[in-house]
Design a protein around this ligand. Structure first.
Ligand SMILES: CC(C)(COP(=O)(O)OP(=O)(O)OC[C@H]1O[C@@H](n2cnc3c(N)ncnc32)[C@H](O)[C@@H]1OP(=O)(O)O)[C@@H](O)C(=O)NCCC(=O)NCCS
Length: 170
């Protein structure tokens, strides 16, 4: 079951989010050490104030996956959104749940009239890139050395999904 998270989900969200950052540091911009030290209040902001939102995937009532939609309040940026923080706990992968989660963010983006969605995926993250391509995202460029973890650099691909006229040509 996929649904939008509310403040009642805050503690469960924090557990899943920190697990994501700890297990996959190269997949996310945020560092585990930084967010583990954050107050619960800052997690409220991450869950999202409309039009931003965070979606959760529940199995037997337990939160097993998350995906965020962030929309800037700035007048010149309000037409588009960014998909962030996509994560599925390992035991629940490979059943199409990630596609449902990101699909919920896409549906919400369409519902509120956004014209495009963006996201960043670390080069080499095959499962994530394939997931997004299957949903219609296409790559528009690579930022070299987008992340640095210790003495290693990671490149990131920016991907876009146009919502106003179907999927754009790759
Ligand atoms: C990314 C993530 C959410 C995808 O969830 P998932 O349940 O594993 O997704 P799927 O199993 O449906 O895999 C997505 C696609 O990649 C393919 N895939 C998965 N692992 C692969 C691999 N190692 N090599 C090639 N293809 C692979 C799957 O076959 C599927 O493609 P298909 O539907 O065309 O068959 C999950 O792997 C995850 O949480 N990863 C860690 C965090 C992360 O990387 N988040 C994304 C940040 S941008």
């Amino acid at each position: 079951m996929i649904r939008r998270l509310t403040l009642a989900d805050l503690l469960d969200y924090r557990v899943v989010r920190l697990e994501a950052l700890q297990r996959h540091p190269e997949a996310f911009i945020s560092a585990y050490e930084d967010e583990a030290a954050e107050s619960l209040d800052s997690y409220k902001r991450m869950i999202g104030v409309a039009p931003s939102a965070t979606f959760g995937c529940f199995v037997d009532g337990a939160l097993v996956g998350i995906a965020g939609l962030v929309v800037s309040p700035r007048a010149k940026l309000r037409h588009k959104g960014t998909v962030v923080g996509v994560y599925l706990r390992p035991a629940y992968r490979s059943h199409g749940r990630a596609a449902q989660l990101v699909g919920a963010a896409i549906d919400e983006a369409r519902r509120i009239g956004l014209v495009s969605l963006l996201l960043s995926v670390t080069v080499g993250n095959i499962a994530a890139e394939r997931l997004y391509r299957n949903l219609g995202f296409h790559s528009v460029g690579i930022e070299e050395r987008a992340l640095r973890i210790g003495d290693r650099y990671f490149d990131e691909t920016t991907m876009v999904l146009r919502l106003d006229q179907g999927a754009a040509a790759p």
